[in-house]
Design a protein around this ligand. Structure first.
Ligand code: 16G
Ligand code: ZN
Length: 547
């Protein structure tokens, strides 16, 4: 099949001219930015997805249009590799190059990619595309489709979906449906069937009450949760709020709750200790929270979720009598108390990797059962092929193994999935007869704070040791070590953000006051040594903690 690359330029010039004069980079979560500049980015990502599929013998490549927890008017795009993983690093560079060339250079750049990688342009190409519910998403989706079509690839539109649903479809199709059916019904059916089998008919146990409040962040997760509930026949008593009447992620959702450490607005909670769950705009992150009878807000974040799941799975694996190793993967943002709990109480191996799902996912695949979560609530569990096979065999005779098989089916192993994670957490709390307080009582979080520092060029900060040690600029790590040494249980690190033009500062210490002082001392040091822009960060007089 001859593909006329000339058409690429004509299309680009007429329909999707490049408007953004500033270079953009394929970061930890793809391209993100103001939607008004993204038409040409989407078109070119359609082109790239089509090439990638051809490069991989026609395997399905996914394209998800979303800016996750960012507010509007942002939007974004990321590519999904055949096994449901994030786009491989070497193609991130190609993506960055392709998006930044001028319209005129497009044809030659694509020709160069085809030649360099020896892509057979006559091969089949299959691309799946989905989007979140931002108002500009449909127009951007059309641009992606046109990109695929301009190289004569096949494109299938899935409309409004969560990010993890898109990952699910890609894997389902590429595994010849062994993972599930690559349809919306296939996704619901797999998760709900497994969830209801484990839950049985006794819906309440011990302290566990079948009542949960769901904050949908005015994003796609709310719509999909309502679809789940329609099909669940009351097995989960869940009320959905922030269904889309307000702005996406605005004063609600998992990121707001985690960063601001307060409940989302729009939730009519009257009863203290009500179990609340918040997802982000594209429903790949989840955190729990509740306000107790003293009005105290309590957060159960990704670290809590990881420890709860690991504890439950270890117990289940023991009952199965199977020799399977389980490990937990965290990032530097994990609360020090959670890491202590994992090492001392759970006695499970724990690894620390750089921020971003791809790093966690790959590390987790080194275990038979790998549990990975970022503190922000992004994570899942992966089971090796060997583990699945052993569990499947054992399930013929062992009831715990049969339960574990269903647990695997509740989990969306392809990527963090807020709704699937929530169904698993509900399963575990139900099985333990726990409510949120029992869960919170497992350990006490160290007070912590996250700050942003604006600098001229955030890339002047480079790190090693899973982002826990600064390499450049000179003297920053030494200075940071000196400051930290003055604080009891003090820990701090700095890293350039992968999604915003800022440097992030994390600090934790034995008391809230100390965590705040430490964070501001480190932020001031970063400002001084890394070319800070504007005012030196200083602790606000009223100890207003969350910036
Ligand atoms: C992206 C990452 C998320 C990470 C966040 C950090 C994926 C799919 N998403 O949203 O895992 O926590 O970036 O943002 O990898 P930052 O670099 O701005 O701190
Ligand atoms: Zn997200």
């Amino acid at each position: 099949m001859a593909v006329n690359l000339r058409a690429l330029y004509a299309f680009a010039r007429e329909m999707y001219p490049k408007k953004n004069p500033n270079p953009i980079q394929y970061g930890t979560a793809g391209f993100r930015g103001d939607a008004k500049y993204l038409d040409s980015v989407m078109y070119r990502m359609g082109v790239l997805a089509c090439l990638r599929s051809r490069f991989l013998d026609g395997k399905v490549i996914g394209v998800m249009i979303t800016a996750s927890h960012n507010p509007e008017p942002d939007n974004g795009v990321k590519l999904i590799d055949p096994q449901g993983e994030m786009l491989v690093g070497s193609w991130e560079e190609i993506a960055t190059k392709l998006v930044n060339v001028s319209d005129k250079e497009l044809e030659a750049t694509v020709a160069g990619i085809i030649e360099d990688l020896g892509i057979d342009i006559g091969k089949k190409s299959n691309v799946y595309v989905g989007m979140d519910n931002r108002y500009h998403s449909p127009q951007l989706l059309k641009a992606v489709c046109d990109g695929v079509l301009s190289l004569k690839g096949n494109v299938k539109e899935f409309g409004i979906v969560t990010t993890p649903m898109m990952h699910f479809y890609v894997v389902a199709q590429n595994t010849s449906k062994a993972y599930g059916l690559p349809t919306e019904e296939g996704y619901y059916t797999k998760l709900i069937t497994a969830f209801e089998k484990i839950r049985g008919t006794k819906l309440e146990k011990g302290n566990y009450k079948n009542k949960i409040v769901f904050d949908g962040a005015n994003g796609v997760g709310a719509r999909k949760m309502l679809q789940f509930l329609k099909r669940m026949n009351g097995s989960l008593n869940c009320e959905v709020f922030n269904k889309g009447e307000g702005k996406i992620n605005h004063e609600c959702g998992a990121d707001f709750v985690k960063v601001q450490q307060k409940p989302s607005s729009g939730l009519p909670i009257t009863e203290p200790n009500t179990r609340c769950v918040s997802v982000d705009g594209d429903a790949d992150r989840v955190v729990y929270f509740f306000t107790d009878e003293n009005g105290q807000f309590n957060l159960l974040d990704g670290d809590r979720i990881a420890t709860l799941i690991a504890d439950y799975l270890m117990d289940l694996v023991r009952k199965c009598g199977l020799d399977l190793n389980l490990g937990i993967v965290q990032t530097a943002y994990a609360n020090g108390a959670s890491t202590d709990y994992i090492v001392q109480k759970l006695k499970v191996p724990v690894a620390c990797v750089p921020t971003g799902v791809k790093h966690l996912h790959h590390k987790a695949q080194e275990y038979d059962i790998g549990v990975y979560f970022e503190a922000n609530g992004h994570g899942t569990i992966v089971f090796s092929a060997k583990a699945k096979e052993m569990i499947r065999k054992s399930a013929e005779t062992n009831e715990s193994s049969a339960t574990l098989l269903n647990v695997i089916d509740v989990i969306n192993e392809t990527v963090g999935d807020a709704i699937s994670d929530m169904l698993l957490i509900e399963t575990i709390l139900h099985s333990k007869g726990w409510d949120v307080k029992d869960w919170l009582n497992t350990y006490v979080d160290l007070p912590n704070l996250l700050l942003k520092v604006k600098v001229q060029d955030r890339n002047c900060i480079t790190t090693t040791n899973a982002e826990r040690t600064c390499v450049t600029p000179n003297g920053l790590q030494e200075g940071l070590d000196k400051i930290v040494a003055n604080y009891q249980r003090g820990r701090s690190f700095v890293r350039p953000s992968g999604t915003e033009d800022v440097v992030r500062v994390y600090a934790e210490a034995a008391s809230r006051e100390d965590a705040e002082l430490l964070a501001y001392e480190v932020a001031a040091l970063v400002h001084k040594l890394a070319g800070g822009v504007g005012e030196v960060p200083t602790l606000p007089p009223k100890h207003n903690s969350h910036i």
